[in-house]
Write a protein that binds this ligand. Structure first.
Ligand code: SF4
Ligand code: SF4
Length: 260
């Protein structure tokens, strides 16, 4: 409506249309910051006016509340991220909010520099957190599905302590070489191909690639239970390649007969 009505607003924005504000993933916001955007604005339909049962705008709101706390955790000013709800007919409101947000971001200065964070340090922090997005979404699943009716609750949905704990107690996954039976189930199910293995080879997790989704832990057959969760401790080094082959005993070597 703002465009059709020829309303003037800040020219420093790049609009990206999505079907629903709920489509804006936490990863998209972090990626925008990683790509050098100084601010991110999300415009959604008015709360409780969604035509569908999904109410994606609540998902967007919760994601923003979480992301703002994550930004604080890494030293970024959370005001660089803003969400507002309005109808498509409210062009004047949109133009006003955009201009106001544009001025705010200008006042904050370039991302990181305004906060006095070293650019390389910021880049690596953003990359580290972006990698953890699937893990964060699983751990904060319940809160991300909240429907807060009172804006006064917004600031307390996620607390500083909770976010500090989220990153200090990140779970890592490790395959116990003594227990792995090379059934290959985990490698087939890992969404990012972080598990190195093969037929008759003890599987190992490439910690650099692992996004900590926990799938391998869930799918490793109970009779093997080879995948373990490690919290707050270093992950043991992977078993050397030359020691990964599993030599299985034949029935004869086990002393079994066909009859048995
Ligand atoms: S937790 Fe397991 S399944 Fe998930 S990414 Fe890491 S290795 Fe792959
Ligand atoms: S699912 Fe378990 S037993 Fe099978 S390869 Fe993976 S870690 Fe090994």
């Amino acid at each position: 409506m703002a465009g059709v009505s020829r309303l003037q607003y800040t020219t420093e924005v790049r609009l990206i249309r999505v079907m629903c504000s709920g489509r804006v993933d936490l990863e998209f916001v972090l990626r925008a910051f990683s790509n050098g955007m100084d601010g991110v604005f999300i415009g959604g339909c008015r709360l409780n006016e969604c035509n569908y049962i999904t109410h994606g705008n609540y998902h967007a709101l919760n994601m923003v509340l979480l992301c703002r706390k994550i930004m604080e955790h890494i030293g970024l000013n959370p005001d660089r991220l803003r969400i507002e709800f309005m109808s498509s007919a409210e062009g004047i409101l949109f133009a006003e909010v955009m201009s106001e947000f544009g001025s705010k971001v200008k006042e904050l200065g370039p991302l990181g520099k305004g906060e006095g964070i070293d650019q390389n340090e910021l880049k690596s922090k953003l990359a580290e957190i972006t990698k953890l997005v699937p893990y964060i979404k699983v751990v904060k699943n319940e809160k991300l599905a909240s429907r807060l009716v009172n804006p006064e609750q917004y600031d307390t949905l996620f607390t500083k302590d909770e976010i500090d704990k989220l990153f200090s107690e990140v779970i890592s996954y490790y395959i116990d070489p003594e227990k792995c039976q090379a059934c290959m189930t985990c490698a087939k199910r890992c969404p990012v191909e972080a598990i190195v293995g093969g037929k008759n080879l003890i599987h190992v997790i490439d910690q650099e690639k692992c996004i900590k989704c926990g799938t391998c832990f869930e799918v490793c057959p109970p009779k093997f239970r080879a995948v373990t969760e490690i919290t707050g401790a270093p992950v043991p080094p992977p078993i050397p390649e030359e020691k990964r082959t599993i030599v299985r005993k034949t029935k004869k070597e086990k002393g079994e007969t066909d009859k048995e």
